[in-house]
Ligand binder design. Structure first.
Ligand code: NAD
Ligand code: UDP
Ligand code: UDP
Length: 341
């Protein structure tokens, strides 16, 4: 990489599931990476293999507080993503999305950095249009248990577009649909990690409601690839919002059955109450991502689950975390940190 192309890149939420993989990819591309995290749901373990890297820096910081540094690009990923975590301290969740966005946009404005927001399919709420295109404005409860996350992320999008219009900031808004893979925390609480951990322990698989609600599951490497293409390969005139996710839709019950089959588990399915406002049907329309990025997911659910199961198996058996986390890169080349220094 030519010296001129090397950028200083801030990844907020960089010690989380997706943020840590993004840090790895950016380092492998030759950039300087500043990882910021308050460790609310992220862990040092996710990035400890990067700590000695000469182009990696870790800042323990809360995005709701101002931050004065010099960077060329910002990936704003800081925010708990699992319902059990973002509902634990809902006021803090809204602050993280809204104050965090203001601070990172203020920083981007001062240093003239390009900035990407990790938004979410939750901006569509419990959608009435299916599959969901970017042009759909959504169907969101403003005062329910999920609102701190949904409305926080919606307000963050508003801020991104207003800083773009008012201050000519270069922005990219990415709406992520359910993404899973190695590196998820065993207590993350989201459906794929819950079901795999329960299956591997031969514990009951907790299907909420009848399990007829649908989701579409994207493998982490596909998602990060799309994210990087959005940030680096699209013109400044293309801001998004852009859906990134896997368009194959599954019921939650069929996911439970598939995971039981793939793990050979003795687990039984038990039904638990459906949480309030749980979206009934969710699937991305990714026509825009196909057209703008030439991107579509390459990893099937079975292949992605196979590597995620192998990761959790190694983790639960007390295996080496970094090996378990890193060995299952299905899309990008496995990162050898010593090659790219
Ligand atoms: P994650 O919980 O593993 O990562 C979030 C990271 O943000 C954690 O490291 C956490 O400690 C950090 N964080 C939280 N609040 C913070 C604060 N105030 N200051 C600094 N750091 C803070 O979740 P993830 O799946 O990696 O999600 C990353 C981003 O992608 C989030 O913004 C999430 O909303 C978005 N997203 C993820 C998905 C998905 O399916 N994985 C779907 C839609 C959107
Ligand atoms: N900010 C920051 N780092 C910077 C510049 C700004 O964290 O380098 C924060 C600061 O808290 C500020 C917010 O971003 O209040 C919004 O900045 P902006 O310039 O848009 O507005 P201000 O509040 O400064 O008028
Ligand atoms: N779910 C479930 N059992 C679990 C966890 C989740 O049945 O142990 C369901 C949940 O009700 C939702 C879907 O799986 O319908 C996806 O939940 P997740 O928390 O992963 O993400 P969401 O898309 O709801 O934000």
């Amino acid at each position: 990489m030519k010296e001129l192309e090397r950028k200083a890149i801030l990844v907020t939420g960089g010690a989380g599931f997706l943020g840590s993989h993004l840090c790895e990819r950016l380092l492998a591309m030759g950039h300087e990476v500043i990882c910021l995290d308050n460790f609310f749901t992220g862990t040092r373990r996710n990035i400890e293999h990067l700590l000695d890297h000469p182009r990696f820096e870790l800042i323990r910081h809360d995005v709701t507080m101002p931050l004065y540094i010099e960077v060329d690009e910002i990936f704003n990923f800081a925010c708990p993503a699992s319902p059990i975590h973002y509902q634990r301290d809902p006021v803090q969740t809204t602050k993280t999305s809204v104050h965090g966005a203001i601070n990172m946009l203020g920083l981007a404005k001062r240093v003239k950095a390009k900035i990407l927001q990790a938004s979410t399919s939750e901006v569509y709420g419990d959608p009435k249009i299916h599959p969901q295109p970017e042009a759909y404005w959504g169907h969101v409860n403003p005062c329910g248990y999920r609102s701190c996350y949904d409305e926080g992320k919606r307000c963050a999008e508003t801020l991104f577009f207003d800083y773009h219009r008012q201050h000519q900031l270069r922005i990219k808004v990415m709406r992520i649909f359910n993404t899973y893979g190695p590196g998820m925390h065993p207590n993350d609480g989201r459906v794929v990690s819950n079901f795999i951990v329960q299956a591997l322990r031969n514990q009951p698989i907790t299907v909420f409601g009848q399990g007829q609600q649908t989701r579409s599951f994207c493998y982490r490497d596909d998602l990060i690839e799309g994210c990087l293409r959005l940030m680096h390969d699209t013109p400044d005139s293309f801001t998004g919002p852009l859906n990134l996710g896997n368009p194959h839709e599954f019921t939650v019950l069929s996911l439970a059955e598939l995971i039981i089959r793939m793990t050979g588990s003795r687990s039984e399915i038990v039904h638990q109450p459906l949480p309030a406002d749980d979206p009934v049907q969710r699937c991305p329309d990714i026509s825009l991502a196909r057209a703008q990025l030439g991107w579509s997911p390459t990893v099937s659910l079975e292949d992605g689950l196979r590597s995620t199961i192998a990761y959790f198996e190694a983790l639960l058996n007390g295996g080496d975390f970094q090996a378990a986390r890193g060995l299952h890169s299905l899309v990008s080349n496995p990162v050898n940190m010593h090659v790219h220094q």
